[in-house]
Design a protein around this ligand. Structure first.
Ligand SMILES: [Ca+2]
Ligand SMILES: [Ca+2]
Length: 429
């Protein structure tokens, strides 16, 4: 690795040639401080295991000697909550999706997790307009929530994923806001709820894809062209650090790399220390080729400047790894009769920043396969977010028996391969 002594406003463009190195996690206690109420985009592993690289803390309450910490996270598909505390028997999360009051509108959710442990059940109720009691009860299936919790001698940790459709949200994106609060029931007799009514303590959370620690010496900034990437794609970022302290600023080093969850999958760059003149700074181009096996989800890149006096400034920037293609299979509605034509449609969206070519194969039971106009078709989508519709025509032969038949569509493009399944009903003529 080449070390550069950076004097003045120097731009160093780094090709993806840096060897990957593991990065040490910064202890949260004396690490950089981030503004409260902003939630960074990260996809946590809902396994009941606490990992500080998955969560943003937004509330702490005390329960006797113990602390109860409430965390949140988000990605384009889900909002996530976590609660860490002493031994608990249940947890509750309130969400006011439109932030217009917890008893106003049909956007008010009470999500209860009970009992805790392997048999955790999520129970969701919707509080409706002007009603203090739940107007409707949703099951876990309707809400689509997923929960995991563990209790050890140290206490209980709960992780909860709530899909956007469960909250009737069209999109989750930067600057989406939700009013939320969390509460728990402490293990023991009598059962004590902390706080008594979490709805009195709603907090507004803003979804962010970038966060900078609070400090008055250096401003960290980042430009990223495309935060949504697919496995195998190159992630390119332009970092900038500027001295805003009013006097020459000595720094020990400046590092850029993936958070500890992905540190061995991304490049790591360490720039040796130096001095930034007043109002002067450093610009760094950084790129990293994500492996084809890159796990899907939202992760962060961490850029950190360690200053001479032991302080550090940190910038956390999220990116989300999505599948190469978004796909859907539509076999039409209602039964198809023999000797009539039915369109079977595969819709494809390209999530890559380059053109993608592939093949769609339609696989039906033998009796139906011969009624297809084509067995397979190729497609090519030039642009990112470009869409293509691949259409097959099925005309069941006279001899096909009435009944339900499985339909499979195999889609292959580059190293991506996926099979969609549906069914088609052949009815009486
Ligand atoms: Ca976890
Ligand atoms: Ca409301």
């Amino acid at each position: 690795m080449k070390h550069s002594r950076l004097a003045g406003f120097l731009t160093v463009f780094m090709a993806a040639t840096f060897s990957a190195q593991a990065q040490q996690a910064t202890p949260q206690s004396d690490g950089p401080k981030f503004p409260v109420g902003f939630i960074l985009s990260r996809t946590p592993n809902i396994d009941g295991v606490y990992d500080p690289n998955e969560w943003t803390l937004f509330d702490t309450q005390s329960a006797g000697d113990a602390a109860i910490s409430t965390y949140a996270s988000w990605d384009t598909q889900n909002v996530y909550f976590a609660i860490k505390g002493p031994k608990l028997t249940s947890a509750i999360v309130y969400i006011d999706a439109k932030m217009d009051g917890v008893l106003n509108g049909a956007d008010n959710y009470q999500i209860t997790v009970t009992p805790l442990g392997a048999d955790s059940v999520v129970d969701t109720k919707v509080y409706n307009s002007m009603a203090a009691t739940p107007a409707a009860a949703l099951t876990k299936a309707v809400m689509g929530a997923v929960v995991a919790s563990t209790t050890t001698s140290e206490g209980t940790f709960i992780e909860l994923a709530i899909p956007k459709r469960g909250l009737l949200l069209e999109k989750l994106e930067p600057n989406t806001k939700l009013a939320v609060s969390g509460g728990v029931t402490l293990a023991g007799t009598p059962a004590v709820a902390v706080p008594a009514d979490p709805r009195a303590k709603m907090q507004i959370l803003s979804m962010m894809d970038q966060m900078v620690s609070q400090n008055s010496l250096v401003s960290l900034d980042l430009r990223v062209k495309d935060r949504t990437v697919v496995p195998g794609q190159t992630l390119s970022l332009d970092f900038a650090a500027k001295n805003i302290s009013g006097q020459p600023l000595v720094y020990k080093n400046y590092t850029i790399g993936g958070d500890p969850r992905i540190a061995d999958l991304t490049n790591f760059l360490r720039v040796r220390g130096g001095t930034m003149a007043v109002k002067d700074g450093i610009k760094l181009g950084f790129s990293t080729d994500l492996p084809d096996t890159m796990p899907l989800g939202a992760y962060t890149m961490v850029s950190e400047m360690n200053l001479a006096d032991g302080q550090s400034a940190q910038l956390l920037s999220s990116f989300e790894v999505v599948e190469l293609l978004d796909l859907s299979l539509n076999t039409g509605s209602g039964p198809v009769t023999v000797v009539t034509e039915r369109k079977i449609v595969v819709k494809i969206k390209n999530n890559k920043n380059k053109s993608v070519e592939g093949i769609v194969r339609l696989i039906l039971p033998d009796a139906l396969q011969t009624g297809l106009d084509k067995q397979q078709q190729s497609f090519r989508i030039q642009m990112e977010d470009g869409r293509e519709t691949v259409e097959f025509k099925l005309t069941p032969k006279q001899t096909v028996a009435v009944g339900e038949y499985p339909v499979k569509a195999e889609i292959e493009a580059e190293s991506f391969k996926k099979t969609l399944t549906d069914a088609i009903l052949v009815g009486k003529k």
